[in-house]
Design a protein around this ligand. Structure first.
Ligand SMILES: [Zn+2]
Length: 71
């Protein structure tokens, strides 16, 4: 409790390369370790490497949270 957590940089794993990176205001690329890793990740999204599962065209009735629908 001696050190304010807001002033401490957290060490996180870079999602791209797995190296330790610093999560702080000094690291504009957080949670990535570098601009390069951030770019790689953004590029992966842009090129469709990370594909979201195909959404069904109609609404999922159970996704509405309306649990009382058949009361
Ligand atoms: Zn990295």
């Amino acid at each position: 409790m001696n050190t304010p957590s807001t002033l401490r940089a957290r060490v996180v794993r870079c999602p791209q390369c797995g190296k330790e990176s610093t999560w702080s205001a000094a690291n504009p690329y957080r949670p990535f370790c570098s601009a390069r890793c951030k770019q790689i990740d953004l590029g992966a999204w842009a090129s469709g490497q990370y594909r979201v599962p195909a959404a069904p065209p109609d609404n999922e009735p159970e996704a509405t949270g309306n649990v009382n629908s058949f009361a």
